[in-house]
Design a protein around this ligand. Structure first.
Ligand code: UN1
Length: 496
């Protein structure tokens, strides 16, 4: 990472510099290091972007799906070619490790590739008619202009998994990425522009929440896809419902890993640690509650805690680093505050390392740390919440902090997993097929992992949550079509 990148917006077929407030993207590992700078877009730019998207929409919708896919495939190829460079930029800007950053860029490329092939898949259904000489067709049409509002934590993969299906199914897009990650947004937009995407089909506006609000309220927006907090998602959905506009909202999680008495403990320790601590726990799919059968709890927790205490926290660009910083000082402080409140409420911290890693780089207790430069570091932390009613067991912290409760038996474990407002994903560790089948029925969740970590999502299958974790049609795979198109039922006769 050398020069600071100048940020640009994409409106119609033009790159523009913006006239709003100054925007700075800084490295969460080295907050004195500027990654990208520029000026925010202003609300008038939302009008211009929506107008450009509307202008482009009819031709884009009429283009054969296979031809639209050509642009997505080419953009995916460009991202693949640039994965190492963009992955390093991602790690510097967002804070996940270099390996995770490169992996995420490759994942974005894979998502573009998957949706490039929409033209090879079915576009609707044909039904019998009760009348002679008639068939009933259900065809699909794009919504029109879609607003995409994306979070910081997967700065290229989540935008790809919203924008790729939106475009593949014939919509044009106005996109506002999260404030902390404008550079990776620019990189995705650049790849699509270089791939030859026609003017106005994708519009990128960098800036603050005022832009998102203007997009949500804009009469020229026909659908909104959002990933972020449950509170914001519900307020967007309420505003959109008042206008009669559909919303796809992927929201919070407080995902349980259930470790049962018959689990393979080597596997469970490795997978629970990955689910809880990868990407510094900043995934809506991260494991944040571990529900462990008391018959195996001592051994399992000793190993999980040893693993957490051994993880190297530091600069995401250092290949030795296993846990990078969290996104901001505000996020770090709120996590540390939640841990302090939990211990006040009787929760026992099992990890030896202090969660707070000081500006000197050293955690105040022992533990592997290479953190320095005043970054927003939080040490992986395991909290025993058994027998308490601490808020940390229910509230999403979005950091490398995992709660634990000891339970007795499968029924109690599954009931505890169902606790709370969220239902995004869950993991169950067992070697018994019957128990795995029972988990499928008993746990109310959008995604269930049996013997693997709670995070992760493949592009060809539905992604999204139950209960307070999601609203509207799921993302990814064939499910994406549910949101990004509406149906026309055609009663078709020959005319003679
Ligand atoms: C993953 O688990 O790899 O915001 C993806 C999130 C999710 C994506 C998770 N929408 O964390």
């Amino acid at each position: 990472m050398t020069a600071t990148v100048e940020l640009r917006h994409r409106i119609g077929g033009e790159w523009t510099l913006g006239s709003g407030e100054p925007v700075e993207s800084r490295s969460p590992a080295h907050p004195d290091r500027l990654i990208a700078t520029g000026r925010a877009a202003v609300v008038e730019d939302v009008d211009a972007a929506v107008a450009a998207a509307r202008l482009a929409a009819p031709d884009w919708a009429r283009m054969p799906a296979g031809s639209r896919g050509v642009f997505l495939r080419e953009a995916g190829r460009l991202l693949s070619d640039r994965a190492e460079v963009l992955g390093a930029e991602l790690a510097a800007e967002e804070g996940k490790t270099l390996a995770e950053g490169v992996g995420e860029v490759r994942r974005a490329a894979q998502i573009l590739e998957y949706f490039a092939s929409v033209g090879d898949r079915q576009a609707g259904t044909v039904h019998h008619s009760p009348r002679a000489g008639e068939r009933i067709l259900v065809t699909r049409k794009p919504l029109g202009v879609v607003a995409a509002i994306t979070p910081f934590n997967f700065p290229i993969a989540i935008p790809a998994w919203k924008i790729a299906p939106a475009l593949a199914y014939g919509n044009t897009v106005v996109w506002k990425p999260a404030g902390p990650v404008p550079l990776l947004a620019l990189r995705l937009a650049e790849a699509l522009v270089e791939a030859g995407l026609p003017a106005g089909v994708l519009n990128l506006l960098i800036g603050g929440a005022d832009l998102g609000s203007a997009m949500v309220a804009h009469p020229g927006i026909d659908g909104i896809t959002f990933t972020g907090s449950t509170t914001v998602g519900r307020s967007i959905a309420a505003l959109a419902a008042a206008r009669g506009v559909p919303v796809q909202a992927e929201l919070g999680g407080k995902n349980a890993a259930v470790v049962l008495a018959d689990a393979d403990l080597d596997l469970a320790v490795a997978q629970v640690a990955a689910g809880a601590f990868n990407s510094s726990g900043q995934k809506c799919t991260a494991t944040s509650r571990v529900i462990v059968d008391e018959s195996i709890a001592d051994g399992f927790l000793a190993r999980l805690v040893a693993r957490a205490d051994s993880l190297v926290v530091g600069d995401p660009l250092d290949p030795a680093t296993q846990i990078g910083p969290v996104i901001s000082d505000h996020a770090r402080r709120s996590m540390l505050g939640a841990v302090a409140a939990a211990t006040d409420a009787g929760v026992v911290r099992l990890t030896a390392r202090e969660p707070e890693i000081g500006a000197s780089g050293a955690s105040r207790a022992s533990g592997a740390s290479r953190a320095s430069g005043g970054g927003h570091f939080v040490a992986p932390t395991v909290l025993d919440c058994t027998g308490t009613e601490a808020a940390v067991w229910d509230d999403e912290l979005f950091g490398p902090i995992v709660g634990v409760k000891r339970v007795s038996g499968t029924a109690e474990a599954f009931a505890e997993a169902n606790r709370g407002e969220f239902g995004l994903t869950a993991a169950v560790f067992t070697r018994d097929l019957g128990t795995a089948l029972e988990a499928m029925d008993a746990i109310d969740t959008g995604i269930l992992h049996v013997n693997s970590e709670s995070a992760g999502a493949d592009p060809h299958v539905p992604f999204g949550g139950a209960k307070g974790s999601g609203l509207g049609p799921k993302e990814q795979g064939e499910a994406a079509q549910e949101f990004f198109t509406h149906t026309t039922t055609v009663y078709l006769r020959g005319g003679a």
